[in-house]
Design a protein around this ligand. Structure first.
Ligand SMILES: Nc1ncnc2c1ncn2[C@@H]1O[C@H](COP(=O)(O)OP(=O)(O)OP(=O)(O)O)[C@@H](O)[C@H]1O
Ligand SMILES: [Mg+2]
Length: 233
């Protein structure tokens, strides 16, 4: 579904990605792991066209994404839950949810506000609240709901549960498990390796802008050396 080959990205003259290779099969959950500043957000933003790639290739269902405007990438069926959530502070929860809603691919069973509320019941009680008055957990659920309302085939989450209490984190993981079971493909960045091991099929570890390790959860679990070296635990 998604294939990155030799992806390079620069910020001005400073190079952040040095040839990232990774693949994600349809229906899979894959993770991007690595310590701070290793290039996870840059990889995601390059896929989405938010930060332009300087070289290499990103293919989504056979179509090249490098050089494509970010709205055109989104319209192909990629939904982003960005780092820091980026909820519109001056819009209500409901307005945030519907502001960017679309069904460009004409999916048969599109996401609705009611379906998002079924996934995250806590959002329904807060429909009129302004974005900036929502808790971190509510904002993250809203950011996921907002991305789902664009009816993506691939959902990309950058720091899925950062700064959230354990109970809220578990709600996010069970929601992601639920939509994965409904067939959604997911690429996720998070620091909670334990939770990711349960939900993910494959992991890609970035070190200074390169994928230095990839494998399945059982393999990552068994490879204490790689975990220690690249993740620090
Ligand atoms: N806007 C920017 N301008 C210049 N350099 C940047 C910019 N954003 C990121 N970088 C640099 O690119 C490299 C990769 O950063 P990136 O944000 O992709 O890492 P990350 O793996 O997402 O880290 P974190 O875990 O802290 O979110 C770092 O060296 C960072 O300093
Ligand atoms: Mg990041």
């Amino acid at each position: 579904m998604l294939e990155l080959k030799g992806l390079t990205t620069h910020y001005g003259t400073s190079q952040a990605l040095f040839g990232v290779d990774m693949t994600l099969e349809a229906g899979q959950v894959a993770t991007l792991l690595g310590r701070n500043g290793m290039g996870k957000t840059t990889t995601i933003n390059s896929i989405m066209g938010i930060v332009p790639a300087s070289g290499g290739s990103i293919r989504f269902e056979g179509q090249e994404l490098v050089g494509r405007a970010s709205f055109r990438t989104a319209n192909l069926g990629l939904g982003l839950v960005p780092e820091g959530r980026q909820i519109f502070p001056n819009l209500s929860l409901m307005e945030n949810l519907i502001a960017t809603a679309s069904n460009h691919l004409g999916l048969a069973d599109p996401w609705t506000v009611d379906r998002v509320f079924a996934l995250f019941p806590e959002l329904e009680t807060r429909v009129g609240s302004m974005g900036n008055l929502l808790s971190g957990g509510e904002q993250q659920m809203l950011a996921i709901g907002r991305a789902l309302m664009t009816n993506p085939k691939l959902l990309i989450l950058d720091e899925a549960t950062e700064g959230l209490a354990p109970l809220v984190r578990q709600k996010i993981w069970s929601a992601l498990t639920e939509i994965r079971d409904q067939g959604m493909s997911i690429l996720v960045v998070d620091k909670n390796l334990h939770d990711l091991m349960r939900i993910a099929d494959r992991h890609f570890i970035l070190q200074r802008g390169r994928v230095v390790w990839n494998g399945r959860s059982v393999e990552l679990d068994a490879d204490q050396e790689a975990r220690q070296k690249y993740l620090g635990f």
